[in-house]
Design a protein around this ligand. Structure first.
Ligand SMILES: [Zn+2]
Ligand SMILES: [Zn+2]
Length: 592
């Protein structure tokens, strides 16, 4: 039987990548395709090729239905197991199911399955973790070489991090090896820009003409860079005029548009927005909307009886209305993936559709085409920067800052994310087909016992397992002592006398501490190189200096410690500790 659809080249590549991965491995895998790439076709083709039973899981009935009908359009028959769709069939070779319905009826899944496909698989790391895991565990009891494949457009979430660990392009995700990931390998990925450039998706017209913008930046963020709902509501309640002005502009810009989706920050906000829009043209959908009403509203929106669809975040996945040609973003987000997903709602191709207008009223300044860094943005003016590893050459993407020429002047990367190719005959580097992560660190704490370099948050040395002194303890202890001096270091200056290099550490209040390194003495030269040479140019180009003159020439790129601790001797203060890359409770120099 020949398929009625010809797969697009990248869809075929995704299918091929899956087959070749599972031929050599039982470890779980993820395919990352942007919204609108046609995941359901990839699923249908994989289902068509499978010879044994497979289960296609997802969390909303709309997607169960979509995936099923795509499969049926091949002239094949698959079952649906979804209470929401009032069908509970699991006798077919391929079953399309909702995760809730399967986990509520586990006793009906005692057959042997060869493959589970999870659509929108980033949910596995979220609220439905246990449901998915229980199904996988159960089916694995029937077949211990059960394969698990996930598909998603958003492999990274601020709250839960990356959903996989190893990327097929030779790098690793996340900083901590201990961190559990729901999937092992990303085996295929396509960026959104690829889809747009090849006209598989509509071009977004990003307009920077917002009449007014919210400024969420002053609100406190949680550790994922997200805001508390009550803070957002409080801020928005003070800016009703702003909201009104924004909606007036949205209506103006919408005059020539067919379908408008408005993404609100909170439910309260969404209600307010709806209030400013023409009642008979507006649908409001929130998490609290009754499912029947929601289906009806969405139906009417798709039929273009309603022009405006206001929602909070319920419509970021599994919602498909190709005629949408205007996206208004009134909610804050720092996640490139979520931003792409929101914008993606307007990028489907549709007859007569030229582009999709995108206006950001929340000042997110997310670049749609930026890669996801995979860490919360450390501050508003950071951008993704490329940092080559001096160890292995891998091009890391970290948050950072560049100068006017685009040179990286600062970055927040901690450890290189490159994967090392195992050397010929070097078996230990590879365990269960898993390559090793490059050990080069851009920010580190040195172990006082063995000299090993550790992550700045490490409590025990990864080499010798001994406890590493917490810099906060170090500072607290020093601050208690009468004969100790601690400065928040704001900068250093150098001077030279013969072979001696004199470093002056400047505290933010004008205090000074001084130490010297005699370069004619190998021991002192070594200490200097370990402290300063190793961290030269944000650790992007570590150096071993042999002459004082060299240091002086390149002093602009020397690292500056965050704190310096000295002890009083008879006639002077002797520097004892220089704390670099500090992360802790004390304020650093020039920090608010
Ligand atoms: Zn590296
Ligand atoms: Zn150690």
């Amino acid at each position: 039987m020949s398929p009625p659809f010809k797969l697009r080249p990248y869809q075929q590549e995704a299918v091929d990548a899956t087959l070749s991965h599972f031929r050599k491995s039982d470890e779980s895998a993820v395919i990352v395709l942007p919204t609108g790439a046609g995941k359901s076709l990839v699923i249908a083709e994989l289902a068509r090729l499978a010879r044994r039973k497979i289960l296609v899981l997802t969390h909303v009935k709309e997607l169960v239905e979509q995936n099923h009908s795509k499969y049926q359009s091949y002239g094949l028959t698959g079952g649906i197991f979804s209470a929401g769709l009032k069908r509970k069939e699991n006798r077919h070779q391929v079953t399309f199911a909702s995760v809730q319905s399967v986990s509520a009826n586990l006793d009906q899944f005692s057959d042997e399955y060869s493959l589970i496909i999870i659509d929108e698989c980033h949910r596995v790391s979220g609220e439905e973790t246990s449901q998915y895991q229980r199904i996988i565990e159960l089916l694995r009891q029937q077949n211990d070489s059960l394969k698990v494949l996930g598909l998603t457009a958003t492999p990274y979430r601020l709250a839960t991090g990356w959903i996989y660990r190893y990327h097929y392009r030779g790098f690793v995700r996340g900083f901590s090896e201990e961190q559990d990931k729901p999937f092992a390998h990303c085996i295929y990925e396509l960026p959104l820009s690829y889809m747009i450039n090849r006209r598989y998706l509509t071009r977004p017209e990003l307009v920077n003409a917002a009449v007014a913008q919210y400024d969420f930046s002053a609100l406190p963020q949680d550790r994922f860079g997200e805001y508390a709902e009550k803070d957002v509501n409080q801020l928005l309640s003070k800016h009703k005029r702003v909201t009104r002005a924004i909606i007036e502009q949205v209506m103006e810009l919408a005059a020539e548009r067919k379908g408008v989706m408005i993404f609100a920050a909170t439910v309260e906000h969404a209600r307010e927005i709806s209030g400013y829009l023409p009642e008979h043209q507006t649908a409001l959908v929130t998490g609290a909307t009754d499912l029947k009403d929601r289906d009806l509203l969405i139906q009417r929106f798709k039929q273009r009886q309603l022009k405006y669809l206001v929602n909070v975040s319920v419509l970021t996945t599994g919602f498909d209305a190709p005629h949408v040609d205007f996206i208004a973003i009134l909610r804050p987000t720092q996640s490139v993936s979520l931003y792409q997903q929101i914008v993606g709602r307007g990028l489907r191709l549709d007859e007569g559709k030229q582009d999709c207008l995108v206006v950001d009223y929340a000042g997110n300044s997310v670049n749609l085409h930026h890669p996801e860094v995979g860490e919360p943005k450390p501050n508003p003016d950071s951008e993704p920067v490329q940092v080559f590893c001096p160890g292995c050459g891998f091009a890391n993407i970290f948050w950072g800052k560049t100068d006017d020429d685009g040179r990286v002047i600062e970055h927040y990367g901690r450890r290189c994310q490159g994967l090392l190719e195992p050397a010929e005959g070097d078996k230990p580097a590879e365990q269960n087909g898993r390559p090793q992560q490059c050990d080069y660190r851009f920010r580190f704490k040195e172990c006082p016992h063995c000299g090993g370099e550790n992550d700045i948050a490490a409590r025990n040395c990864h080499q010798c397992r001994k406890a590493i002194i917490d810099p906060d303890d170090q500072l607290r202890d020093a601050l208690k002592l009468k004969d100790a001096m601690v400065i928040r270091c704001a900068g250093i200056t150098l001077s030279v006398g013969g072979s001696k290099l004199r470093i002056t550490y400047h505290g933010e209040d004008g205090e000074e501490l001084i130490e010297s390194f005699d370069f004619s003495k190998p021991g002192q030269r070594n200490v200097f190189n370990k402290l300063f040479g190793r961290r030269f140019a944000n650790s992007q180009a570590p150096k071993v200096f042999s002459r004082v003159g060299e240091v002086l020439e390149m002093q602009g790129l020397l690292p500056v410690p965050d704190f310096v601790i000295a002890r009083k001797q008879k006639h002077y203060w002797q520097v004892q500790e220089r704390i670099f890359d500090y992360q802790g409770h004390y304020r650093k120099a020039n920090e608010a």
